[in-house]
Design a protein around this ligand. Structure first.
Ligand SMILES: *Cc1c(COP(=O)(O)O)cnc(C)c1O
Length: 350
């Protein structure tokens, strides 16, 4: 979900933005008006994440997945490999795409203990290659509900992070990363847009055949306006950044996200009717997957939840079960409503 206040503002100025007598959708991306919107959004994102000056911020097309190809095309050097940590389906998706361009070395995958708990082996067990151009991972696996809280410190090569589903959910030290990228639709704004935060020294090393609209150097040189950017999505992202600043920024978000996720995991762990198999150290604060002990009740659960106004709880088709995505814009009351519903449901059918 997007913040209600943001949607209301977008609605109020949909037909007449800034007293210009037209919509943001109708102004040229080269106009001074749009450039103001674009620069303000970047400035606010820089403030929110304390992005150092030696990083560029790019607003790109193609969502998260476009970056699965853009990263190897822009970073993989001739005759070098790339290290990928696989913790779930999105990092696996990144591997499959990168294999088209570079020799991929999977350093590690999640493991299941004898009691069924899923965790990620410690970095001492990872098989890093000695000629990697970069290291790629996904700090929060949206489908699997696995989040890594530690930084990747054991790599000497640039660290690339797909933060699509946990960007802006807590403070991060940007200078620990070579590239941070995120599809916008989880924590930033509408789909189709992605944000790329890239350290200056990683520009101008792309392969010559890299398409211009995915070429970080070209995009940086043109302030992300090499071609027409997704202007309305960029504008909405800017409204969300302002909203986040007004809420107290990422420190306030982290506090709220911790509270929300703890409430939900507690409800799952205390009721034998529900299961989450992720080891406590790796549980996501953004995406909480859970199963009913009796999967025959899945469709009933979803049906009754929808009737109660609790939407989008169906787990990803690859894993089944349920998943509650509790991104920044989800208020504590939303999680409370889900927990109340879960308790009532298990009383009735348990
Ligand atoms: C949603 C998601 C993506 C894909 O985003 P698209 O915009 O659909 O391409 C990639 N990575 C992660 C971690 C995601 O959650």
């Amino acid at each position: 979900m997007l913040p209600v206040e943001v949607m209301q503002q977008a609605q109020a100025e949909l037909l007449d933005w800034n007293e210009r007598g037209c919509s943001v959708m109708e102004v040229s991306h080269r106009s001074a008006d749009f450039i103001d919107i674009a620069e303000q959004a970047e400035c606010d994102l820089r403030k929110l994440m304390s992005i150092p000056d030696n990083y560029k911020v790019l607003f790109c097309h193609g969502g998260g997945r476009a970056q699965f190809s853009a990263v190897p095309m822009n970073l993989a050097k001739q005759n070098q490999s790339a290290d990928y940590l696989v913790t779930g389906s999105w990092s696996m998706g990144a591997v499959k795409e990168a294999q088209k361009y570079v020799d991929v070395n999977v350093v590690c995958e999640p493991v299941k203990s004898s009691d069924g708990q899923i965790s990620v082996p410690l970095c001492s067990a990872w098989q890093l290659s000695d000629n990697a151009s970069y290291f790629h991972y996904c700090p929060n696996e949206t489908v699997d509900g696995i989040e890594l809280s530690e930084y990747i410190d054991q790599c000497t090569v640039p660290v690339v992070a797909d933060m699509s589903s946990n960007i802006l959910s807590k403070p991060v030290n940007v200078d620990r990363f070579g590239i941070i990228y995120a599809g916008a639709q989880k924590n930033i704004g509408p789909s189709g847009l992605s944000v790329v935060i890239i350290r200056d020294d990683l520009l101008d090393i792309e392969r010559p055949e890299t398409p211009s609209i995915m070429n970080y150097s070209v995009l940086a040189k043109h302030q992300s306006m090499y071609n027409t950017p997704p202007t309305f999505a960029w504008y909405l992202a800017g409204l969300v950044f302002k909203w986040l600043l007004n809420q107290g920024g990422v420190v306030a978000m982290e506090k709220r996200n911790l509270e929300k996720s703890m409430m939900l995991y507690q409800a799952i762990d205390q009721d034998e009717f529900y299961i989450n198999r992720i080891h406590a150290d790796y549980r996501s604060r953004m995406n909480v997957p859970f199963q009913l002990v009796n999967p025959k009740l899945d469709s009933k659960f979803l049906e009754e939840a929808t009737d109660a106004g609790l939407l989008a709880l169906k787990g990803h088709r690859s894993v089944g079960g349920m998943r509650a995505s509790i991104y920044n814009a989800m208020p504590l009351e939303g999680v409370q409503a889900l927990v109340d519903f879960m308790q009532q449901f298990s009383k009735r059918y348990g």
